[in-house]
Design a binder for this molecule. Structure first.
Ligand code: PBG
Length: 330
């Protein structure tokens, strides 16, 4: 042994005890950084389980308020609310997303009344839950998604959500110019107080599969003409530049784990808070593997969320939010 050079530096010294490791941990996960996405469905008497997302449900208005309180009391930073209308309320332009008493706006109103400013209420600003064809926008005569016609609907939807009580609106449809029209519509109505969380880098991902069940989506075909190609990295910096120019208050990368490189790029370039969304398929993968005893679920939850934070996300949207907050002792 003495013939060999001994290591001069010994990184293992700082790994020796749990207390040492805790002291030098560079990334900390805190419940306040987490946002819980929730689904509220019209016309149901009891919460409905979502087969592909064990443990996640479509809420009734009552169970939604309960879940929101639970999340808040566990220290979770906010909620992202998705509405699931009755099938007969879907139409070609998604009007059910605009009406005051539509499932999403009604739920936002109730949540704001019940929780006030004790949490951050975010609303999904997109048409796919409300259109009968399942696309995120309105269609043109050729059946393609009409960017600019869709923007006009988003503007109205933003106002409806602001009136209903959203603190933050989250345009997620990947239409060009969506942040600008939403900002202009809000400002024009005197709602300079409502923030915009831009879905800046949103990839056309297979990881949204379970979400389609969660919102009872009727989509046939795909979203490849508006969501980003998984092969592209620089394009996200272009989307970031545009969203910042258009007034985004926060920007988001989605999905999270398969796109940590993109998240890292965006975090390095952005001068606003960066969020990442651990989406339905990421949740389903962990649940599926854990249910077969293939890996340790709680460790996976904490490790994936920590990795997403380490890559640069300040805020993480995750279906595990409330549970993770408890795991973290929040
Ligand atoms: C669009 C939207 C989607 C998700 C969030 N907002 C679906 C899609 O783009 O196809 C997916 C979230 C998830 O998979 O958890 N309204």
């Amino acid at each position: 042994m003495t013939a060999y050079t001994r290591p001069q530096e010994r990184p293992r010294r700082l790994r020796a005890t749990p207390a040492l490791r805790r002291l030098v941990a560079q990334t900390r996960l805190h419940p306040a950084d987490l946002v819980l996405p929730v689904f509220v469905r019209d016309g149901i008497g009891e919460p409905q389980p979502i087969r592909s997302m064990p443990g996640v449900v479509q809420h009734t208005p009552t169970s939604l308020v309960r879940a929101a309180r639970e999340a808040r009391d566990a220290g979770v930073g906010g909620l992202m609310v998705f509405g699931v209308p009755r099938p007969e309320d879907k139409d070609a332009t998604g009007r059910a997303g605009l009406s005051e008493d539509g499932v999403l706006n009604a739920a936002l109103r109730t949540l704001r009344e019940e929780l006030g400013d004790t949490t951050v209420l975010m609303s999904d600003l997109c048409l796919d839950e409300f259109t009968d064809h399942g696309h995120c926008g309105v269609l043109d005569d050729a059946g393609g998604v009409d960017n600019d016609a869709t923007l006009e609907v988003y503007a109205e939807m933003a106002l409806a959500q602001a009136r209903a009580g959203a603190h933050v609106v989250g345009p997620s449809g990947m239409m060009d110019g969506q942040v600008q029209v939403v900002r202009e519509a809000l400002d024009g109505a005197g709602r300079t107080d409502v923030a915009v969380l831009a879905y800046t880098a949103k990839y056309a991902s297979a990881c949204y599969g379970p979400f389609r069940e969660a919102v009872a989506s009727t989509l046939t075909g795909d979203r490849a003409t508006y969501q980003q190609d998984p092969a592209n990295r620089d394009e996200s910096l272009r989307e970031l530049r545009l969203d910042l120019q258009q007034g985004a208050d926060m920007v988001m990368v989605k999905p999270a784990l398969p796109y940590l490189d993109v998240l890292s790029d965006v975090a390095a370039a952005a001068d606003v808070p960066v969020a990442a969304y651990q989406v339905s398929g990421e949740y389903a993968m962990i649940e599926a593997a854990a249910s077969q005893g293939l890996l340790d679920r709680d460790r996976m939850v904490v490790e994936t969320l920590t990795s997403i934070r380490r890559a640069g996300a300040q805020v993480v949207l995750t279906y595990y939010a409330t549970e993770a907050a408890r795991l973290l002792g929040g």
